[in-house]
Ligand binder design. Structure first.
Ligand SMILES: Cc1cc2nc3c(=O)[nH]c(=O)nc-3n(C[C@H](O)[C@H](O)[C@H](O)COP(=O)(O)OP(=O)(O)OC[C@H]3O[C@@H](n4cnc5c(N)ncnc54)[C@H](O)[C@@H]3O)c2cc1C
Length: 405
């Protein structure tokens, strides 16, 4: 049986392992961390197109109970003026809508589902190098051990090691000029509709909040920061540093933001935002990268996890249908995968970068943005839907054959 070495067990890795299994390929997953839980990153949005990808391999049930539904985003300016509403995509035919989930819960659920289907995950294996020769790939890890397989797939995230093994000149992650911080405040009643994420383009800071079904509020803030923080700088900031900075930034706006930050449980701790706009080389020989390793978007797009899920399922279909007997022609399958995916994912990364730019707008750009956004959202609405159809209506049919040409 063909064996794939899957590097990284975040979002893409476990789903890829499940999809490969369905495609008749054995997957061995190697995760650099010692344990599964990744507590960094608070919430992320699992959008309908990501749910559709999971449904293609019958894994949507594993995440359905996580988090809570979010159907739309309502935007405000810092003066409290409503700028417009945007849906998070039409529900799938079975009624599934986008969900806001804790990043750590999503990781755990996907890993558990993959493990329950017999996928092998070995923790504490950080890939340091890989060599492809004679139709095989040999991966080496930082503990001195090695593994061999027929192909290697890098699902190792935004700072991918596989990306630089494939192309030593590959671009690195690019700093996006906003920071990220967020969390959950229990018992914080808000008079906002269920299923709605409200977002404010504040005068000094972008802020988002959503009432949770149990009476709390999920929130995030994107304080602008033009230059990339030095290593260790953010980690050295205390809860008090973050809280007083955020309260200062948010105190000039008309919104519940400052009250939410005041009530947020300690410790507050933020992180820098990065993306990876264009990676020229996704594959070489019998190695390929997918997910954030190939195309990381800033969180403004809310699509990082969903794109990784789509990638995983589409790649498995390409290997099943295009690589030929015994999956010998992986190069051809990789080329078809890239043709199917590159334009779409890079469009998402570009949209995410624009979104982050709007969040960090200066005083003049802010005036234009606040004037134009209602018109833009109204125009999208009059076309029958306010979410980009090309993004959310993406459907993967597992049984449909991928054409080789
Ligand atoms: C710190 C952080 C916070 C984030 N917060 C948010 C958020 O709040 N909202 C949002 O929408 N998106 C967020 N994202 C983005 C979102 O999580 C990603 O878009 C999505 O997880 C991409 O999935 P992936 O599988 O490609 O990469 P990841 O989910 O990042 O998974 C990569 C996995 O590979 C492992 N790994 C890395 N290097 C190696 C190696 N050399 N050897 C073996 N294993 C390795 C990592 O430990 C990790 O488990 C965040 C990302 C990061 C890194």
């Amino acid at each position: 049986m063909t064996t794939a070495l899957v590097i990284g067990a975040g979002v893409a890795g476990p789903v890829l392992a499940m999809a490969l299994q369905r495609a008749g390929i054995d997957a061995e997953m190697f995760e650099g961390q010692l344990t599964g839980a990744d507590e960094l990153g608070s919430f992320l949005t699992l959008q309908v197109n990501g749910m559709d990808a999971l449904r293609a391999i019958g894994a949507d049930g594993a995440v359905r109970g996580l988090g809570f539904p979010t159907r739309s985003m309502r935007f405000f300016s810092g003066t409290g003026k409503e700028l417009g509403t945007m849906t998070m995509g039409e529900p799938l035919p079975d009624g599934t809508v986008s969900h806001l989930v804790r990043r750590a819960d999503l990781y755990a659920a996907l890993r558990d589902e993959a493990a329950s289907r017999g996928a092998s995950i070995t923790y504490g294996k950080r890939l340091v190098d890989a060599v492809s020769s004679g139709g095989r790939v040999r991966a080496t890890f930082d503990d001195g051990t090695a593994a061999e397989g027929d192909l290697l797939i890098g699902c190792d995230g935004i700072r991918s090691r596989v990306r630089s093994v494939i192309d030593p000149a590959a671009p690195r992650a690019r700093y996006v000029p906003v920071l990220n911080i967020g969390g959950l405040v229990p018992d914080f009643p808000l008079d906002t509709p269920d299923d709605e994420f409200q977002m404010m383009f504040g005068r000094r800071c972008f802020f988002g909040w959503s009432a949770t079904p149990d009476g709390g509020v999920a929130w995030f803030a994107n304080p602008p920061r033009p230059d990339e923080p030095a290593p260790g700088e953010l980690a050295a900031m205390t809860d008090g540093d973050w809280r007083s900075w955020l309260l200062d930034l948010l105190s000039v706006d008309r919104s519940p933001a400052a009250r939410i930050v005041e009530a947020a449980p300690a410790p507050l701790s933020g992180w820098a935002t990065h993306d990876v706009p264009t990676v020229p080389t996704w594959h070489r020989d019998r190695m390929i990268i997918i997910g954030d390793a190939a195309h990381a978007t800033s969180p403004a797009a809310g699509q990082g996890a969903s794109m990784a899920l789509e990638d995983a399922v589409v790649l498995a279909r390409c290997l099943r249908d295009v690589a030929g007997p015994d999956h010998a022609d992986v190069a051809r399958a990789f080329a078809v995968f890239e043709r199917l995916r590159r334009e779409r994912v890079e469009k998402v990364v570009a949209a995410g970068a624009r979104g982050s730019g709007q969040k960090a707008a200066g005083p003049v750009a802010r005036v234009f943005r606040d004037a134009l956004m209602p018109i833009m959202l109204r125009r999208m609405s009059s076309r029958g839907g306010v979410s980009p159809e090309w993004l959310h209506r993406h459907h993967i049919d597992w049984d449909e054959r991928v054409p080789a040409a």
